[in-house]
Design a protein around this ligand. Structure first.
Ligand SMILES: [Zn+2]
Length: 524
């Protein structure tokens, strides 16, 4: 698409968009769109779906019974509505069941700490007591080896301590600017010093935990603060024998200061985690076959797996239930689609898009027949941005679909034309790399990166149901319009690419990567 065509598409969208503003919200009399709107906005079941998925089933880490339960729960819903659905094994992953964790500071004073075992971490058999020590600043690796022999049976702090656990916005608002600047300088210096501390052990941040456990430590303590009040990110453990525990920003800071000032902190840790060996992992697929173009696909895509520090509400329980709700609506108001509507609730996204990459590899006919894929992995916020990812012919289709929607849905939408293709980030990339029209939604941020993404605070309460309901209705409307589209979205790709600001090289179309179909070895 050249610049003139881009301008024309945008003008079309803007003209049709503004003509619907004001008293009238529908631009067409299409009864299906009216019905979608009525069901989606007036009798939404998103709250009910979210409450069960996030509160009762809980987080859905790959390899856990919860992810399997969530897949079965989706299949049961689809089946009850008469939509064929199945779970499809794409590989295996390390299996794990999280048990209760208690971490108490018992000396020099008592405090129950906010601590979470990292995903797939080994547990303890019973309560283990041990002194807390910080990773030392050594000169050379051999000095570290000598130190390690003194750390046997102790818990080791391996993350850089924060200067403050107050969010920056508070400092910016209340502190004198020179004080704020000084705090940031101190923080940056501490982070650099910590990198040196790790480097001088002769290990890297990723190999250090296994070196420590081979040295006989009682456990590894980390803190991955995301910059907000009380928020920490919970990723995967890198130990195989002893527990890896993440502490809240300030509980970690407390232990660090006690240890550095030789005030003898001692912990009592009881952490249960059951390792289940390699277990099968699945994608959950639902499909309504197209009546006249069954080999052309509209794919609704969203990962079902999550990290497990919270309950995976915004990453992306919100996407899961928006698609589930859209399918409930579509089955009722548009039961015989022109093209096939296929839903992919993927597993293994958080470990590298493994479920969706495997599905694309295993189902060349879906990739071949892809009309459009819409991926939903944006948290709770209203969809307001869709990049065309370098697919030159897609913009005119999206503009046409938007123009037929109620202005409440199309109003916030912005098309980015022609956009550049993503090589990762979320599951549309698993399809886009084949050069087929696969897109992701962008949405209102709602403090996603500071407060919910991969954190211990990604919980039910963070969902904004007006926006989830809006998105479910939007997805239903877009799916209907895409499935009915008189023309198929072209595969013409952008040929002139901008320079990547990071590497200085001219960007190219991303290549497809192989999925990991089993878990990597120890230490990963
Ligand atoms: Zn996600």
């Amino acid at each position: 698409m050249n610049a003139h065509q881009v301008a024309t598409v945008l003008a079309l969208a803007v003209t049709l968009g503004t003509s619907s503003a004001g008293a009238q919200t529908f631009t067409t009399d299409d009864p299906v769109l009216r019905h979608i709107w009525a069901m989606g906005m007036d009798s939404s079941r998103t709250y009910e779906f979210a409450q069960v998925l996030m509160d009762s089933i809980g987080p859905r880490l790959t390899g856990t019974p919860e992810l399997e339960a969530a897949g079965n729960w989706l299949v049961a819903h689809y089946t009850s509505w008469g939509i064929p659905a199945r779970t499809e094994q794409y590989g295996t992953w390390k299996g794990w069941r999280r048990g209760p964790t208690h971490v108490d500071l018992i000396r020099p004073r008592v405090r129950t700490l906010e601590a979470t075992m990292l995903a797939w971490s080994p547990g303890t058999q019973s309560a283990v007591e041990g002194e807390v020590v910080a990773l030392p600043m050594v000169e050379r690796p051999d000095e570290f080896t000598t130190w390690l022999s003194t750390a046997r049976g102790k818990f080791v702090l391996i993350s850089p301590p924060q200067t403050t656990c107050r969010p920056d916005e508070g400092w910016e608002r209340f502190a004198d600017s020179s004080v704020y600047r000084k705090m940031r300088e101190t923080r940056d210096r501490r982070a650099r010093d910590w990198e040196v501390r790790i480097e001088r052990t002769g290990s890297t941040a990723s190999t250090l935990p296994s070196v420590l456990e081979r040295g006989g430590v009682a456990g590894v303590l980390t803190s991955t603060w995301s910059g907000g009040w009380g928020v920490t990110r919970i990723f995967g453990a890198r130990t195989e024998e002893v527990p890896s525990l993440d502490l809240s920003c300030e509980d970690y800071g407390l232990l660090f200061r006690l240890a550095e000032n030789a005030q003898g902190p001692v912990l009592s840790v009881e952490a249960h985690g059951e390792r289940l060996g390699e277990v099968p992992v699945y994608n959950t697929i639902a499909e309504v076959r197209g009546v006249s173009l069954p080999d052309e696909y509209v794919v609704l895509s969203s990962h079902l797996d999550s990290w497990d520090g919270g309950s995976g509400a915004t990453d992306t329980g919100a996407g899961t239930i928006a698609i589930l709700e859209a399918m409930r609506i579509l089955k009722e108001v548009y039961p015989e689609p022109k093209r096939t509507i296929l839903v992919g609730h993927w597993g293994g996204e958080e470990q590298g898009l493994n479920g969706s990459r495997a599905f694309a590899e295993d189902n060349p006919s879906v990739v071949q027949g892809l009309h459009v894929l819409l991926n939903f992995d944006i948290g709770t916020g209203v969809v307001n941005d869709i990049s065309m990812q370098g697919m030159m012919g897609a913009g005119e289709h999206f503009a046409r679909w938007f123009a037929q929607m109620p202005s409440e849905l199309s109003g916030p939408l912005k098309l980015t034309l022609p956009g550049t293709p993503h090589s990762g980030g979320t599951d549309h990339a698993s399809f886009l790399c084949y050069g087929v029209p696969a897109f992701r939604f962008g949405g209102r941020e709602w403090d996603y990166f500071t407060y919910t993404w991969h954190t211990n605070r990604d919980t039910f309460d963070k969902l904004v149901f007006e926006e989830v309901r809006h998105n479910a209705t939007l997805i239903a409307a877009m799916t209907y319009l895409a499935a009915e589209d008189p023309e198929r979205v072209s595969r013409e790709r952008r040929d002139a690419f901008p320079t990547d600001a990071g590497t200085g090289a001219v960007m190219t179309w991303p290549t497809c990567r192989d999925p990991e179909r089993s878990s990597p070895g120890p230490g990963n």
